[in-house]
Design a protein around this ligand. Structure first.
Ligand code: FMN
Length: 227
């Protein structure tokens, strides 16, 4: 690690944080992160991202509204498409499976304990205890390209947060209740929430935050020609 640049270290240090302290994060701090992330690249410089930041009562209102929907209709899915293709193939299937196994291993939930696994998943819907929740939306009419650009913006935001010592977890779990969130936040009809994000100070004592997920080596996904 010692011969790495600060950026290389930052990239490796960021992980998905899934347990937070209740230490608040101020509006100015979040504005500062957004001020950095806005320099993300986007095709045609469209900057298609819209960001909705909730704390305090506004955060609680979203949690309560989604909780109510989950109680009323636990298996409802408000999203127009699944988070993954219906039947994942290799190598993606194994990667996803292994992440799940590593996660439950880390927090000590055995495979048979379906209730505990479900509870862990439901923790998404309280931002894993983070004091700040963020939702990213874009215009419904946007093409897949702009969804990609929004993703790049989210990564920039996560790195900006890491740089300031703050933990994040991007959360597509919220997309299953995006209509409920759009209504609760009073979003205009043309906006479509894709993803949420939990932001706060990581609970360094929480086991779940010790998970360092794996990555395929460069040789597995890159081909070089003409060198
Ligand atoms: C767009 C996006 C959505 C994600 N959604 C969730 C989520 O809903 N819940 C969750 O626990 N993790 C979520 N993750 C975290 C991924 O599981 C995580 O990024 C991946 O396992 C790699 O681990 P790392 O972020 O710790 O490096 C999401 C990540 C991204 C980029």
């Amino acid at each position: 690690m010692s011969d790495m640049t600060d950026f290389q270290r930052l990239m490796r240090a960021r992980i998905s944080t899934r347990a937070f302290l209740d230490t608040p994060v101020g509006e100015d701090e979040i504005r500062d992160l957004l001020d950095t992330a806005r320099w993300s690249a986007s095709g045609g410089n469209l900057q298609p991202w819209n960001v909705h930041v909730v704390a305090g009562e506004a955060r609680q209102a979203v949690i309560d509204a989604v909780r109510a929907r989950l109680d009323e209709a636990p298996f409802e899915d408000e999203s127009e498409f699944g988070a993954y293709p219906p039947k994942l193939w290799e190598p993606y299937r194994t990667r996803r499976f292994e992440l799940g196994e590593q996660m439950y291993d880390t927090i000590g939930i055995p495979r048979e304990d379906k209730a505990a696994r479900l509870n862990h998943l439901l923790d998404n819907f309280r931002f894993f205890g983070a004091p700040v929740g963020i939702f990213f939306s874009l215009d419904k009419e946007m093409n897949p390209n702009q969804w990609g650009h929004l993703g790049m913006f989210i990564m920039s935001f996560m790195l900006a947060a890491e740089d300031k010592g703050l933990g994040t977890c991007a959360q597509e779990a919220w997309m299953t209740r995006h209509k409920t969130i759009e209504k609760t936040l009073g979003l205009p009809e043309d906006q479509r929430i894709w993803c949420g994000l939990a932001l706060g100070h990581a609970d360094k004592n929480a086991k779940v935050n010790t998970l360092r997920s794996e990555r395929a080596a460069v040789e597995e996904f890159a081909v070089f020609k003409g060198f």
